[in-house]
Design a protein around this ligand. Sequence first.
Ligand SMILES: [Zn+2]
Length: 422
Amino acid sequence: MSHLLITGASQLLTLRGRVPRRGKTLSDLSILHDGALLIRDGVIAAVGTRSEIESLPESRSAEKIDAGGRVVLPGFVDAHTHLIHAASRAEEYELKIAGASYEEIARKGGGILNSVKKLRAATADALKKRAQAALREFAAHGTTTLEAKSGYGLDVASELKLLRLHKELSTEQPLEIVSTFLGAHVVPAEYRRKRAGAEQYIELLTDKLIPEVAAEKLAEFCDVFCDRGAFSRKDSKKILEAGKKNGLAPRVHAEQLTRTGATQLAVQLGAASCDHLEQVSKADIRALAKSNTVATLLPGCDFHLGMKRYAPARALIDAGAIVALATDYNPGTSPTMSMPMILSLACTQLRMSPAEAIAAATINAAYSLRREKQIGSLETSKQADLAIFDVEDYREIPYYFGVNKCWMTLKKGRPVFQKAHT
Ligand SMILES: [Zn+2]
C-alpha cells in the first residue's frame, strides 16, 4: 500500500457539497484553510486541516508533498474536446481575421470538411503522437479527465480508427479519456454530391456505425452537431434515439450559430449535456433549468472566432440550470488545452465569479460525464485527481491569463505534471 500526504495548501478547495451545483450553490467551493490530504493507492483516504491529517497514523510513513502555500483543487474535468485531429487550420484563422465568417469558410470546403480530409490522409501513428502532445498540455494546465469526440473521420473506417485511438490513449497515458461518438458532425463531402445523400449518411450512422460503436464499447456518448449547415433537429432526434437504443447517452452541440430547437430536443431526450448555447431563447433556459441536462459553455470558441455574443451564463445560472465549462479543444474554433484560460473568459465575458467558474469546470463537468461519484471534488473515497496552482488565493487562477500558473497535476495520486524549478 502506498500513502501520499499533501500539506501546505493555503486553500484546499474541496468542492464538497451538493451535486450537481445549481444557482447559488455553484459558488460553494467548501474551502479548507491550511488543508491537507492523505491519499492511499491513488484514492483520497482523508481530507481535513493539517493538524487533523498529520496526526493520522498512516501519515507518518507517507511520502510527502509540500504545496508551499499554494492553492490545491480538484483536477479540471474538460467535458467537451475534439482531441484527435491531424493538423491545425491556421490558414483559416487568417481568413477569419480578414472578415470571412465560419459558414463562408465551410462553404468553400474549409472548416470541418477540411479537417476530415486531413484526418483521413493521416496515419493512426501520426494522429496518436499529436494527441499525446496535446494530452501533455492538458495535464500541464491542471486537467485530469477529458471527454473526446470523434467526428473528423465521417466514414466507417476513419471513425472507428479515431474511437479505437481514444481507447488506446486511455490505457497508455495517465489522463482519463471519456469517449463520445460524433459521426453526426457534418455530412461528409462524398454524400453531399449524391441525391438524398444526407439521408443515406444518417442511415449509415443509425444502422451501421452506432450499433458497431456500441458493440465494440468504443464510446459512452453519442453527440450531434445540430445547426444550420450540419444536422436538422429532426435528423438529430433520429440519430440520438439510435444512440440511446444502443446504450449511448446523448450530448448535443446546440444553438451555436443559429437557434434550431436543439436544446429542447436535448432536454426531451434526457441528454447528459447540451453544449455551446450562444443563441438560446428564454424558453430554452427555463427548460434547461428544470432538467438534469448540463449546459456546457464553451467561451474559448467565441473568443477565437471573435464573436460578440457569448452564451448567457448569468441567466442560465440564475434560472437554476446546471452550468459547466469546457475548452472545446479543436483545430477550427478553439485551439486551446488551457482550462485556466477558459476560466478567465468565463469571468470576464460570461460574468461568472471565479468560484462559479471553478465549480463549473470540476464537479458540474464531472456530473455531465456521469462521473460525479469518482471525480470533480476532493472527498474521501474519490480518485486523487488534483491540481496545485502557484497562487495563494483561488481567485488568482482566472485572474492571470495567458500564463500558466499550474505548479503540479496529480492523477490517481501520481504526478503527471510538475513545473520545472526556475
Ligand atoms: Zn465541439
